[in-house]
Design a protein around this ligand. Structure first.
Ligand code: SF4
Length: 110
């Protein structure tokens, strides 16, 4: 199959950060986020993470059916520069039908 290039311009609508689901965080994410928030890693883990189902790692805490704990009222990520890898890799490295259904980004296929 021929690969298709796609340009993706985020409209900063925050829709992807409201889709129900987990935002997994790994050790590097914890270090980066804790530093960005001026917290120790243990304090960050206690305050902002929870065990993912099946004890398969950590995920951001909060209502999994609601907006991300770091989504601001202005629709912007309050930790954007330090956001988790999962967030950085959308949509280049992974896709979700639920997010695709609400994403307002401009997409152009070459
Ligand atoms: S960490 Fe930031 S980019 Fe990731 S889901 Fe939360 S608000 Fe969105």
């Amino acid at each position: 199959m021929e690969a298709r290039a796609e340009s993706f311009v985020c409209r900063r609508c925050g829709a992807c950060c409201r889709v129900p689901g987990l935002v997994r965080v790994d050790e590097a994410d914890v270090s980066r986020l804790a530093a960005a928030l001026g917290m120790g890693e243990r304090d960050f883990v206690n305050a902002y993470t929870t065990l993912a189902p099946g004890r398969t790692g950590l995920a951001l805490a909060g209502d999994p059916e609601g907006p991300c704990v770091f989504l601001g009222a202005d629709n912007l990520c309050r930790v954007h520069a330090a956001r988790p890898r999962q967030c950085r890799e959308y949509p280049a490295r992974w896709r979700s039908a639920a997010i695709e259904a609400v994403c307002q980004a401009e997409r152009k296929r070459a």
